[in-house]
Design a binder for this molecule. Structure first.
Ligand SMILES: *[C@@H]1O[C@H](CO)[C@@H](O)[C@H](O)[C@H]1NC(C)=O
Ligand SMILES: *[C@@H]1O[C@H](CO)[C@@H](O)[C@H](O)[C@H]1NC(C)=O
Ligand SMILES: *[C@@H]1O[C@H](CO)[C@@H](O)[C@H](O)[C@H]1NC(C)=O
Ligand SMILES: *[C@@H]1O[C@H](CO)[C@@H](O)[C@H](O)[C@H]1NC(C)=O
Ligand SMILES: *[C@@H]1O[C@H](CO)[C@@H](O)[C@H](O)[C@H]1NC(C)=O
Ligand SMILES: *[C@@H]1O[C@H](CO)[C@@H](O)[C@H](O)[C@H]1NC(C)=O
Ligand SMILES: *[C@@H]1O[C@H](CO)[C@@H](O)[C@H](O)[C@H]1NC(C)=O
Ligand SMILES: *[C@@H]1O[C@H](CO)[C@@H](O)[C@H](O)[C@H]1NC(C)=O
Ligand SMILES: *[C@@H]1O[C@H](CO)[C@@H](O)[C@H](O)[C@H]1NC(C)=O
Ligand SMILES: *[C@@H]1O[C@H](CO)[C@@H](O)[C@H](O)[C@H]1NC(C)=O
Length: 808
């Protein structure tokens, strides 16, 4: 485009347009040779799915010709014609040139955009199809092969079902996504997402010319680096490669409205329209191991490890010093640099996203034996793998140059054979023999320990010892001195709270940034495992309703988490405090409820991991300067597999008053046990009372039981906080209470999912089900401790069962 603009920009066009200016209106979905499209007119595809016309991005006065969804209120623009030059007022005109190109003219008749058609049509027509494709064709000829031009060949930042992302190798057309400059500016931004057709074709995200992410090669039905891609029920990804074309495309499964978008900040995300929202279904980039070349050459990234990068066997860090400081960019070098001269062999590494390299060679018919021989023969060959695209199991890929961007993938990973010196093979064989001996020794030792009555103490001791050794984590690591300075040496003045695991301090970094430091008491209940759990999890989760982890600090016995500072502290300090609560008006309370639900929705459904929080409570909801709620404290959270909705634990952790009965009693935790806790928080927010600790002159019920009782007596509004002074919308309040009661029902399968909760809170007219019996117990018979642990479980469960309410 850029090149052409010079030659055509100022190309004046003749009088043939004059007649078309006069044309009043146009057919619904197409423009013909004698027609044109003015700024205030649009084309609508036959099935009313897409609309084409002029638009201004939010906060911008420039006019652009674009395509968006017809019936979706949020004007999601899927294609823009004149990305480089906006029109300055409402006088733009889309029409045909005399050589049947589509042209976009400004007021003075200058062409500011045109369709690059190769042939001239006798009777051209430009039609907007239901796929979102704007096609230029000979009138009456609907064969896609014969289109003179189509918008699908010139994507903007959006890939729609049926669009091809990739190359027409014959014509050299490279269809790729390019980000907008900003959400207000469709002009081409820094990021591109395109097919790299060399060797094993793959999708590559670049910022400028720097690779930021790659999908890994396509293997049969998925990308080597992205097993999750096929595990969804909304769209089916596909990749085609032959001598003429190499491209990625996808189709939807249930005709869902779906789009992939390359965002301004370089994220590639899939959205589908459902429940009247654009739902983020899938992020193409997953965890930090997806950052291109994070571990340098020959470094293998493993996201499940605290220290992500490891050199492949037979390799060592190029700069051990940098490596130990968690700077992995130097990568690894062979232990024995003379691989070629000293004789060599291969080490098999399993479960990988296959690496990138400067050069690949692919032979689809070669068998594995020849493949290995081929790689041995050539000094610059560094690895080979089986390319199992033919059912024969044949197919050989060889890598030349340094291997880079290697990572472990959970499922469907590939095997890679990495060339190492012969001496390496021997020492590895030695080490594995040694390992066997150690395993034997350890099992004998364990047997002895099991016999000994002191076994518990012993294991505990060794575990704590191991803990102090693992002192390096993947997040920004703060020096202890920095934190001490920031918090005035953990002074009492700076202390802002006492969490389950120790005190929390406010601090200020030299940059002026305010932080909250969660300092773990030496004998806090939170073990190293929970600490790591929290660090790993929180560093991967990002949502406006989740608190943001800035880093951690581990030095000696100290373990600290550094969060963004939340000026309004936690929800419990507001809603259970008469003074603060008085200023919390109804709309704000509703906003907080919805914010928490959004954060939870992200955890349950929209993040790439499915996360069950397990300890949702008012004390774990923090409030920023604008009183936006942020879920915090992920020490107890669990990641569950994509298709899993529940799990079981022997170790019940959580907070009474917020725990669902099935979790407190049987250790069953599920998305629905979080929904239960959410329901309790909701009722606490509207009532201003604690569920646990609630008291009433007439009965011994807790808050949720009390609310349900009132609901059934038709007096639900009595549960509302008196300090609200009846200043709320009654229908909203009733709906809120009803949703809360639905969430705390005894039977998990009767509780709504968090996405339904949001929908119910949002819909004025939807008929909600009648809430069934809540799962609760009178809190008076429970121990005083806030958090339970394994030991208490059995002693409390009988009491809980006894006190579950029978009937009303
Ligand atoms: C227009 O098409 C021709 C041939 O199809 C191609 O060589 C040229 O680069 C294209 N120009 C633009 C701006 O796409
Ligand atoms: C289109 O119009 C321009 C300007 O009037 C003229 O120079 C050109 O020859 C015409 N092209 C065709 C294909 O008629
Ligand atoms: C569109 O704008 C033209 C003037 O540019 C005006 O005559 C016409 O009525 C407008 N049509 C609509 C539907 O607003
Ligand atoms: C619009 O842009 C101006 C200047 O860039 C900015 O100050 C303003 O906040 C923006 N408004 C919105 C609604 O984004
Ligand atoms: C449209 O914008 C151009 C350039 O900014 C200006 O010359 C012209 O007068 C404008 N036309 C109208 C109708 O405002
Ligand atoms: C139309 O575009 C040309 C080329 O950019 C420009 O020189 C001219 O001023 C524009 N006319 C109007 C009215 O905006
Ligand atoms: C999807 O849409 C097509 C065409 O509009 C229709 O034939 C098909 O039945 C739809 N499939 C589903 C599952 O709705
Ligand atoms: C996809 O469409 C089906 C059928 O219309 C619907 O049940 C489902 O919720 C949709 N899924 C998403 C993620 O939009
Ligand atoms: C691919 O391997 C086969 C079998 O080893 C061999 O005959 C053929 O020449 C190779 N093709 C290329 C292009 O190297
Ligand atoms: C080794 O392979 C590279 C890359 O294919 C090639 O350029 C080089 O000529 C080969 N060397 C030998 C000795 O075959």
């Amino acid at each position: 485009m850029e090149k052409l603009k010079d030659s055509l920009f100022f190309l004046a066009i003749g009088g043939f347009l004059i007649s078309s200016f006069a044309e009043p209106s146009i057919a619904a979905d197409a423009v013909t040779a004698t027609q044109s499209l003015k700024d205030n007119q649009t084309l609508v595809s036959p099935g009313q799915k897409f609309e084409l016309g002029f638009f201004s991005p939010r906060n911008s006065s420039g006019r652009y010709l674009g395509i968006w969804y017809k019936n979706i209120p949020d004007q999601a623009v899927v294609w823009v014609a004149n990305r480089d030059y906006s029109l300055q007022n409402f006088t733009g005109l889309l029409t045909f040139s005399n050589d049947s190109k589509l042209v976009l003219l400004n007021e003075s008749g200058n062409i500011i955009w045109f369709s690059n058609t190769s042939r001239v049509a006798r009777n051209p027509v430009a039609q907007l199809l239901d796929s979102g494709n704007f096609v230029l064709k000979e009138n009456g000829d609907d064969n896609p092969e014969n289109y003179l031009w189509q918008s699908f060949d010139y994507p903007s930042n959006t890939l729609l079902p049926g669009m091809k992302l990739g190359w027409n190798l014959k014509s050299g057309l490279n269809r790729h996504l390019r980000s907008w400059k900003s959400s207000d500016d469709p002009s081409p931004g820094d990021y591109t997402y395109s097919v790299d057709p060399r060797g094993l074709p793959q999708l590559v995200l670049r910022k400028g010319s720097t690779k930021e992410f790659r999908s890994g090669p396509w293997f049969g039905e998925q990308f080597s680096g992205d097993p999750d891609l096929i595990a969804n029920t909304v769209f089916k990804p596909m990749f085609f490669s032959n001598d003429d074309e190499v491209y990625y495309t996808y189709e939807t499964i249930d005709n869902n409205t779906s789009r992939f978008v390359l965002g301004e900040s370089g994220m590639v995300q899939h959205f589908s329209w459902n429940d009247r929202h654009w739902n983020l279904l899938y992020n193409v980039q997953g965890d930090r191991c997806d950052n291109y070349g994070l571990c340098g050459s020959y470094g293998n990234c493993n996201h499940d490890k605290i220290i992500n990068c490891e050199c492949l066997k037979g390799f060592r860090p190029r700069s051990p010093k940098g490596w130990n400081m968690l700077d992995w960019t130097g990568g690894c070098v062979p232990n024995d640099p003379n691989i070629c001269r000293t004789g060599k062999g291969f080490i098999k590494v399993t479960g990988l996203k296959l690496p990138d390299a400067s050069q690949f060679s692919v032979n689809v018919s070669m068998d594995m034996k020849d493949c290995k021989a081929e790689c041995l023969k050539n000094c610059s060959c560094v690895a080979y793998a089986n390319l199992d695209i033919s059912s024969s199991g044949n197919g050989c890929v060889t890598w030349f140059g340094e291997l880079i961007d290697i990572r472990q993938v959970d499922k469907y990973g590939q095997d890679l054979y990495v060339k190492v010196a012969a001496s390496e093979l021997e020492s590895i064989a030695d080490r594995s023999r040694q390992k066997k001996r150690i395993v034997v020794a350890v099992s004998v030792a364990l047997a002895v320990i099991l016999l000994a009555s002191t076994s518990f103490l012993f294991i505990w001791k060794t575990r704590t010892k191991g803990a102090t050794k693992e002192d390096e984590l993947q997040l920004p690591l703060f020096e202890l001195a920095t934190i001490e300075a920031a918090t005035s040496n953990f002074s009492a003045v700076n202390k802002i709270g006492e969490g389950g695991f120790g005190p929390v301090y406010k601090g200020e970094l030299p940059s002026g940034q305010e932080i909250a430091v969660k300092r773990h008491a030496e004998n806090s209940g939170q073990g190293l495992q929970e600490f790591k759990n929290e660090v790993i999890l929180v560093s991967q989760l990002q949502h406006r309703n989740l608190v943001k982890l800035l880093g951690c600090c581990i030095q000696g016995e100290e373990r600290m988490l550094i969060y963004e500072y939340m000026p309004n502290r936690s929800l419990d300090s507001i809603i259970f405090d008469e003074v603060s609560r008085r200023s919390l008006k109804w709309q704000k309370r509703l906003d907080i409820v919805i914010g928490i639900a959004r954060g939870l929705l992200y955890l349950h459904r929209d993040s790439r991991l499915r996360v069950i929080h397990r300890d949702l409570k008012a004390g774990n909801i923090l409030l920023d300067g604008e009183m936006n709620p942020k879920i915090s404290d992920f020490g107890m959270a669990r990641i569950i597999a994509g298709d899993q909705t529940e799990a079981k634990t022997k170790r019940v952790v959580g907070t009474y008053g917020y725990m669902s009965p099935e979790y407190a009693i049987d250790g069953h935790f599920s998305l629905k046990s979080d929904v239960f806790s959410f329901g309790v928080i909701l009722l606490e927010i509207v009532s201003g009372k604690r569920n646990r600790g609630f008291s009433h002159p007439n009965h011994k019920l807790n808050l949720i039981a009390h609310a349900w009782k009132l609901w059934n007596e038709g007096k639900a509004l009595e549960v509302m906080d008196a300090l609200l002074d009846n200043k709320f919308v009654i229908s909203e309040a009733l709906r809120c209470i009803q949703v809360g009661l639905l969430c705390v029902q005894l039977r998990p399968d009767e509780r709504p999912t968090i996405s339904s909760v949001l929908l119910m809170l949002d819909s004025q007219h939807a008929l909600l089900p009648h809430p069934g019996r809540p799962g609760f117990y009178s809190e008076r018979s429970l121990p005083e401790t806030e958090s339970s642990s394994a030991g208490i479980k059995n002693t409390i469960s009988n009491e809980i069962t006894d006190t579950l309410l029978e009937g009303r």
